[in-house]
Structures are given as C-alpha cells and as structure tokens.
Design a protein around this ligand. Structure first.
Ligand SMILES: Cc1cc2nc3c(=O)[nH]c(=O)nc-3n(C[C@H](O)[C@H](O)[C@H](O)COP(=O)(O)OP(=O)(O)OC[C@H]3O[C@@H](n4cnc5c(N)ncnc54)[C@H](O)[C@@H]3O)c2cc1C
Length: 420
C-alpha cells in the first residue's frame, strides 16, 4: 500500500502550526505536523507574554502550570524615566509548556505530530506535495508553513524571493528580579536603537530581561548595560536566550498553489513591541479554515483517475468533474489574505508610525511621555482630544501628523489589537 496523502502537512509545531493543526483536524481534515526539534516548545525563543484577550479570542483555557505569572498590564518607560501604564490583564507563560498544551489539543482533535522531522525540501506534482524530511517523505494536498521567521517554504518553492527583515531579540532568564505585576517595556534608543527593552516577570522573582534592536551586533552589549542600569548586575542568570523576529510586516505573498504561510513565517508580528504569538495563533486558524473551506468543494483525496487527468486543460478537467480542477490552487486560497487583512491591524500604516516613533530620539520620546496621561487604559474621545492639543503645543503644527502616526502605532499595541 502506498503512503497516505494527508490533507494538510504543517511545517513547525509552534503556536501557528499547532493552532492550524487543531482547527484543520476539527474541520475533518487529516493533518500531520512536522517539527524539527525532538520536543515541542523547546528551546524557547520568546519573552513569553500573552494577553488574556488573546486566550479569550482563541477560546483557550490555560492550565495553571503553563502560566508563569498572571500580569496586570503593561508599563511603558520613557528615556527620562517617566512612565505610563496600560491596564490589560494577561500572562507570562511557561512558553514550552504552553506549546506542549497546544500540541495536546491538536492531537486530541486528531492531528498527527512528528517531532525530530526537519523538512528539508518540498515539491508539488499533480496537486500533491511531497515533503522531504530527515526521516523520510510525507505527502499532502496542502502545506501550511508555520516554520517561524525562516519561512522555509518560501525558500523551497521561491514563493517569496525577498527575505523578511528581522530584528534580533536577546534576553536573560534571571532570578531575584523585583516586580509589581506589570510587564515593563522601555523605549530607550541609547540601549535599543530601533527597538525596545523589557522586563517580563514570572512567579518567585524570576523574569525575562531582554531587548530587541536593529543593531544585532550590539544586542549583548546593550543587554548587559541595561541589566547594570536596572541594578540587576550580580543576580543569577539562569540562561541567556533569544532569536530573530520578523520586523518588516507581512511577506508579499502569504499563499500560493497548495500553500499558506502562517505566523512568523508570514511576517505577522506586532509593529511596536514585536509580539507575535497571538498573531501566530490566529493566522494558523485562518489558514486552516481557508483550506477546510477549499476542500469542502472537493472533500475526497484526489483519486488516481483525477491524477491521470494531469495532462488535460483546466477547462476539460472542470467539465469532467464539474468542479475547479484544483481547489487548492492559489486563486482558491486567496481568501486567506482577505481574512487576515480584515482581521489584523493595518501593518503598512503601523510600521510607518513605528519609524516616526524611533525618529523622535530620546528627547522627543520623553516629551511624548508628558503629553500622555499616566494611565492610558480605555481612553475616551475627550482624553484623546486633549492629547492632540498637547501634541500640537509640544511639537508644533509641522510635526503633529507624525506624532499622531506614532501614537496610532502605540495604540495598536494592546492585546485587543493583536499587540501581545
Ligand atoms: C527574543 C524574543 C522575544 C519574544 N517575545 C515575545 C513575547 O513576549 N510575546 C509574543 O507574543 N511574542 C514574542 N516573540 C515572538 C514570538 O516568539 C513569535 O512571534 C511566535 O513564536 C511565532 O510563532 P510561530 O508558530 O509562527 O513560529 P515559531 O514559534 O518560531 O515556531 C516555528 C516552529 O517551526 C519549527 N521549524 C522551523 N523550521 C522547520 C523545518 N524546516 N522543519 C520542521 N520544523 C521547523 C521550529 O523548530 C519551531 O518549533 C518573541 C520573539 C523573540 C525572538
């Protein structure tokens, strides 16, 4: 008997891949997830925070062991040490346990998971993909690439020739770091040019202390200096870790024939603080739903008869089976892009706002802090109008639109807006 043809092969068992696998399996499709590492979730390469808005939106009820701390919200600290808070509850996760929990949900829905299965190549013939892994070949009608920032399917198929721009995240997992239940983000260009720094607390004084910066080569130097300035020098570093984060917005093509990119592989990260887990979870789900719907038009695996028709024109095939020849052709999957564009924030606009924010420099950022109220939770029209007036007075009419653009990006950093 020949190997089975799965409906979907998912590359990568991160948040995007596991969310996709669960949704597709729930939709009645046969799914295999191929993960290069021996254990799901390990090694961790994340600051590990996730808003309660995200878990609610995804219908996830987190088991207590995956939660490293229930957090009250976010404090943003500016160069002159002034700060604002945003009260929005969420979690610092034990991310490896969170991903293992997602794997249990995906497998519970019927997906197969193969670890130690690095995908090293893929090709599509007659509507069926063959994926080469170090352990053998896997065949599937559709592929969801959820391989993270490396976006391996783009490389194997040439779907996107332009690589996504990434920024380097570096962090220490530390002990004995005081916290008051807020995640702290620092806008401090001197130590994180075109980026930010963070202290993300966990129970028992543990915390992820890190940064993201476009100056990858200096990331470690800046992190050491930040630790020193926060008075944490000499505290135990349990481990240093980090990784690359997509920072130029969605890739030009997020779908192709029989292929969808989700999560970091599609370039979905929040423009301001580069959180990507919520976007990964949601885009995985949207990718799966797109394929479930496309195959709904032709739910049975292709039969040899249909494969034999490979030499016919599309019109002849359609006439023969009364359906589009390939329900998974790029046109058939284009609804994915409509779905994420409708669901996610307007990235191009927000990336522009982020650059306006960076362009302010240390002095401008501190000035910005002073036009904002100390608590920016749930601001109504009146408070926003007051901020606009203060921006006009502080920065002058020539800069007011740039400040608005920067503040819009900032406003999209909430969990509700897929910021974390
Ligand atoms: C330092 C740092 C801090 C961060 N902090 C936060 C944060 O606090 N909150 C937040 O929301 N986001 C944060 N992010 C971003 C977040 O980690 C990602 O956006 C999120 O994990 C994306 O999920 P994903 O499933 O798309 O990709 P990933 O989590 O990267 O998962 C991809 C999976 O694919 C596997 N894989 C890769 N190539 C192959 C292959 N060829 N074959 C098989 N498997 C393969 C990988 O092993 C991995 O398991 C941070 C990122 C970094 C680097």
């Amino acid at each position: 008997m020949s190997d089975p043809v799965f409906d979907i092969a998912v590359i990568g068992a991160g948040p995007a891949g596991l969310s996709a696998a669960k949704k597709a399996a729930q939709g009645g499709l046969t799914v295999i997830v191929l993960e290069e590492h021996a254990k799901v979730g390990e090694p961790v390469h994340c600051g590990e925070c996730l808003s309660a808005f995200a878990t609610k939106r995804m219908g996830l009820e987190l088991p207590e062991e995956v939660v490293a701390l229930h957090v009250k919200g976010i404090r943003v600290v500016f160069p002159d040490n002034s700060s604002i808070i945003f009260r929005e509850e969420g979690y610092d996760l034990e991310k490896h346990l969170f991903e293992q929990y997602l794997a249990v949900l995906a497998q519970g829905a019927g997906a197969q998971l193969h670890t130690s299965s690095r995908v090293v190549g893929m090709k599509r013939e007659n509507g069926v993909w063959t994926l080469s892994t170090l352990g053998g070949e896997v065949r599937a009608r559709a592929v969801i690439d959820a391989s993270g920032f490396q976006s391996v399917a783009s490389e194997f198929t040439g779907l996107n020739t332009e690589k996504t721009k990434t920024v380097m995240g570096a962090q220490y997992y530390m002990e004995d770091v005081p916290n008051d239940g807020y995640i702290e983000f620092y806008l401090l260009p001197r130590l994180a040019p075109e980026g930010d720094l963070w202290i993300i607390p966990k129970k028992g004084g543990r915390a992820n202390v890190g940064l993201v910066t476009a100056e990858s080569a200096n990331a470690q130097k800046y992190l050491k200096q930040f630790v020193k300035e926060k008075g944490l020098e000499g505290k135990k570093i349990i481990k240093p870790f980090g990784g690359a984060i997509p920072a130029s917005g969605p890739l030009r093509k997020t779908y192709g024939d029989g292929l969808i990119l989700a999560g970091d592989a599609a370039g979905f990260t929040s423009p301001m603080f580069e959180g990507g887990t919520q976007l990964a979870l949601k885009s995985g789900e949207l990718a799966a739903l797109t394929i479930v719907r496309a195959l709904g038009k032709n739910p049975r695996p292709m039969t040899p008869d249909i494969n034999d028709m490979a030499s016919m024109t599309d019109e002849k095939k359609e006439a023969a089976i009364g359906e589009p020849a390939d329900p998974l052709c790029a046109d058939g999957l284009s609804e994915y892009e409509h779905a994420w564009r409708e669901e996610f924030p307007p990235y191009v606009k927000l990336l522009a706002g982020k650059h306006e924010m960076y362009a302010l420099g240390e002095q401008g950022l501190s000035k910005l802090a002073h036009i904002l109220p100390p608590d920016v939770t749930g601001m109504g029209a009146q408070k926003k109008a007051l901020i606009a007036l203060k921006a006009l007075a502080a920065f002058g009419p020539g800069k007011v639109m740039k400040i608005k653009s920067a503040l819009d990006t900032f406003a999209y950093s909430t969990g509700e807006m897929y910021g974390w």
